[in-house]
Design a protein around this ligand. Structure first.
Ligand SMILES: *[C@@H]1O[C@H](CO)[C@@H](O)[C@H](O)[C@H]1NC(C)=O
Length: 466
């Protein structure tokens, strides 16, 4: 960029390069090394676009057939790993494919491919098709994971363990109830995902650079050929819009937040202190120093990767904030977060599935962690059933807890006389309140932890899988 009057290499203010190009700028600008994953979508989009141009009479049928034949050749080269990227020339996947097409069918005809088309609509078409296909695969992984949740919840419905609030022992629950507490959150993620896919899958081709297509392009024909669910109806919006990426990143961030909490629970449950679950060797690692250790690496990675997923979302939302209308090069910054996010989320769901499908549960450890104090609410509920107001029963039950702490006698072993001394309305059937299985079975209203309620949740979950 030395000015014309000066000899090369003597820029007035100094500079890090001479001649017309800064080699770092060329690299800084190019996207081929990540957007080449879109090669197939780019080719399919180009074929559909050329077909519509042939229909509009802008290119001949023969020219269209040459273009299609050439593009199929280019596709084969990519698929065979034989496509050679020309550094500094193939700045992105679109120029790379078109350059190669020209070499195969000749520049004369290849030069007609881009008639009436802008890179602005082309890039976003490729991204939408790619993302739609990936999200459909992720949908399949999520359904597979939820089938494991449902199957385990069904098979292990008799396991009773402590339920926690504030990570303190609260009330007895079924292990299946815990499984479904996350299962139904993931099922809501699945519902949201299906909605996201329907908005991702809209056709931007025919938007032009921003103002639309001047050759009467049949956009509906392209929509159909490329498997889109519908059109983007405003050409300026069509090239500006990266909401479909943002929405995917937001969706994935919430899913990863669920994954992270789920993983944290299992990390806690897998410690020696809890021992409720044991991870399969495939998903844990020994320590390099301490031979007795088995670290839940898979779960820690799941927990850790959620931070990365949120980062994609926050970063890209910042990129878009304050951009003027339509296309700006800043939007190239949507591609890498999208690619990494999709991989992170997809891998994470599959790993979570593997962890859950292979971990073993320890019913004895779960039961041993139950503590009579967790039945204090049941003692209060007992008196409620005798007609005592709950505010009062809560207080009476608290006195039973205090008595137990003071005497060192577990609450369920306090004598009938001791209980009666606390409140004369206790009768001999109070012994029945001190039963974990009964406690769990009493929570039989919809959504509770009784067997029938949990079975109903499993049914609801399965119906959501479709
Ligand atoms: C940057 O890349 C675009 C294609 O995305 C290209 O049109 C442009 O010439 C490149 N600019 C520089 C400075 O390399």
């Amino acid at each position: 960029m030395a000015s014309g009057s000066k000899p090369e290499g003597s820029m007035l203010w100094g500079g890090r390069f001479t001649g017309g190009l800064d080699p770092l700028m060329v690299k800084y600008n190019e996207s081929i090394y990540f957007d080449r994953v879109l090669y197939k979508q780019d080719i399919l989009g180009s074929i559909a676009f050329a077909r519509a141009n042939a229909k509009a009479g802008i290119i001949s049928q023969d020219e269209f057939q040459e273009i299609e034949r050439g593009l199929r050749e280019v596709e084969k080269e990519w698929e065979a790993g034989k496509f050679v990227i020309v550094p500094g020339v193939d700045e992105d996947i679109h120029t790379a494919n078109e350059r190669r097409l020209g070499e195969i069918i000749g520049k004369q005809v290849a030069g007609k491919l881009h008639t009436g088309r802008s890179r602005n609509e082309q890039v976003v078409c490729d991204m939408r098709m790619w993302l739609r296909d990936e999200l459909r695969q992720i949908e399949g992984h999520l359904v597979a994971f939820l089938r494991v949740v449902a199957a385990r919840a069904e098979q292990e419905i008799d396991l009773v363990m402590p339920g926690y609030t504030h990570l303190q022992r609260a009330q007895p629950i079924r292990w299946s109830h815990w499984l479904l507490s996350y299962g139904l959150a993931f099922a809501a993620d699945l519902e949201r995902l299906r909605e996201v896919i329907s908005r991702v899958n809209r056709n931007p081709l025919g938007c032009g650079a921003l103002a639309g297509n001047p050759f009467g392009l049949d956009r509906d024909m392209i929509t159909k050929e490329l498997g889109f669910d519908g059109l983007l109806w405003n050409s300026m919006g069509g090239v500006a819009d990266r909401d479909f990426v943002t929405e995917t990143l937001q969706w994935g961030s919430m899913l990863m937040q669920h994954v992270s909490r789920w993983a944290e629970d299992l990390i806690i449950y897998s410690t020696a202190e809890f021992g409720f679950v044991r991870l399969a060797d495939a998903y844990s690692t020994g320590s390099s120093l301490m031979p007795q250790k088995k670290n839940p690496d898979s779960l820690e990675l799941l927990r850790g990767k959620s931070g990365r997923a949120f980062g994609h979302m926050a970063g890209f939302m910042m990129t878009q904030k304050g951009l003027p209308s339509t296309y700006n090069k800043d939007l190239q910054e949507s591609v890498e977060p999208m690619l990494d996010h999709v991989k992170t989320v997809s891998d994470s769901i599959q790993i979570a599935n593997g962890v859950l499908a292979t971990l073993t549960t320890n019913a004895d450890k779960m039961r041993a962690a139950l503590d009579p104090f967790m039945l204090a609410t049941d003692v209060a509920d007992y008196l409620v059933r005798k007609g005592v107001p709950f505010r009062e029963t809560h207080h009476i039950s608290g006195r039973c807890v205090a008595k137990s702490e003071e005497t060192g006698i577990p609450m369920n072993e306090l004598s009938y006389e001791q209980m009666k001394a606390i409140d004369p309305r206790f009768e001999e059937d109070i012994a029945e309140a001190f039963n974990y299985d009964t406690s769990v079975e009493r929570r039989s209203a919809k959504g509770g932890t009784s067997k029938s309620s949990v079975m109903e949740q499993i049914k609801v979950l399965k119906e959501m899988l479709g």
